[in-house]
Design a protein around this ligand. Structure first.
Ligand code: AMP
Ligand code: MG
Length: 332
């Protein structure tokens, strides 16, 4: 009964009010957070957006690998010392990360931070890390060494020196949480973008969906492939468009294959559409590591996801689409 009343109210609200478009941006999580909403007036829009930005900031304080006192970094300091309690947000993101680590055979792996750090240094110094250091970092990497206890809500990094990195999933999670915060403020139609990770709720009034232009790096692809119409979904692009280094003519990405310890090479762009941005973010990183064959099979097996993969190969631009990509709505 309670549910019915709530649903009726939302409907009445949607019919009786004229909504206008508002847009705001703030720097968060090392990128620009952009919020677009439809709200009855400016005051409501600013209040709702501010609460959503605050939610993103709170999550950054939990997930950040840069902030020394983030909950994530405090958990890492407990590596090798036994299970430690974690907050609900950290718990949820760890569980989802571990599920994808298992499903991808370790292609997605949040324990790969020692490798990520090594390759970050390599990018700064423009020198490939020496194999000995790669093998040391590999020794500390492996999702099997991270134990998450669903009953006790604890996490245990079983090897001393292990480190976690949520860079492949946290922006999507924060975008989803911002959408939820906006919903709590009565905003039904919103878009939240954190760099290449976007979450959308209901379509703008009178529209079939939010128009999302996929950032396909410098690849020349037909516009139809790039412009999607989405609602209640997440969309993420991973690739080497922004963060990479070229050493001796080889282009090294910021995405690492945790199984070999090597940074990905070559030019690629992976866009995933999923039921939310946590999932699209993590899957886009995963498919980048797995490549076309394994990555598309993984996405085809997931009930709610679609992927577009562009790769620059010796024989020119290669385009791969998963089965459900063809069924997505596009701008006509
Ligand atoms: P994204 O831009 O979402 O593809 O995430 C890339 C970021 O995720 C990197 O900057 C690293 O912080 C982290 N990362 C790199 N490789 C992996 C991996 N194989 N699994 C999980 N996270 C990764
Ligand atoms: Mg990602």
């Amino acid at each position: 009964m309670g549910l019915f009343i709530a649903a009726t109210k939302v409907h009445a609200f949607a019919c009786s009010e004229i909504l206008s478009r508002f847009e705001q941006s703030q720097p968060h999580m090392g990128t620009l957070a952009r919020i677009v909403i439809y709200a009855p007036d400016k005051e409501a829009a600013v209040r709702a957006a501010n609460a959503a930005f605050k939610r993103i900031q709170e999550l950054e304080a939990i997930f950040s690998d840069y902030q020394n006192d983030s909950e994530l970094n405090r958990l890492c300091q407990q590596a090798g010392k036994g299970p430690a309690p974690v907050s609900p947000h950290l718990f949820r993101i760890l569980v989802q990360s571990q599920e994808l680590a298992v499903a991808s055979g370790g292609a997605f792996d949040i324990t790969a931070r020692p490798l990520v750090n090594l390759w970050r240094r390599a990018r700064r110094q423009r020198a490939v890390p020496n194999p000995e250091r790669v093998s040391q970092a590999l020794h500390l990497t492996g999702y099997q060494h991270l134990k998450v206890d669903a009953n006790a809500h604890t996490a245990h990094l079983t090897k001393p020196g292990m480190l976690l990195d949520l860079g492949g999933i946290a922006k999507g999670y924060a975008a989803d949480e911002a959408i939820q915060s906006l919903q709590q403020a009565g905003i039904e139609s919103a878009l939240v973008a954190l760099g290449g990770d976007v979450a959308v709720s209901q379509a703008p009034p009178g529209k079939r969906g939010w128009t999302i232009e996929i950032a396909t790096a410098n690849f020349q692809v037909e516009p139809k492939l790039k412009s999607l119409l989405l609602s209640n979904a997440g969309v993420s692009t991973s690739g080497d468009a922004e963060q990479f280094v070229e050493i001796d003519g080889v282009r090294y990405s910021h995405i690492i294959d945790p199984r070999s310890g090597m940074a990905l090479t070559g030019r690629h762009s992976v866009t995933v559409v999923a039921k939310n941005a946590t999932r699209s973010d993590a899957l886009a990183t995963t498919v980048s590591v797995m490549g076309a064959k394994g990555g598309i099979a993984l996405v085809n097996a997931a009930p709610d996801s679609a992927v577009l993969l562009l790769e620059d190969t010796a024989s020119g631009l290669q385009v791969w689409k998963s089965k459900k990509w063809q069924k997505l709505k596009t701008v006509e």
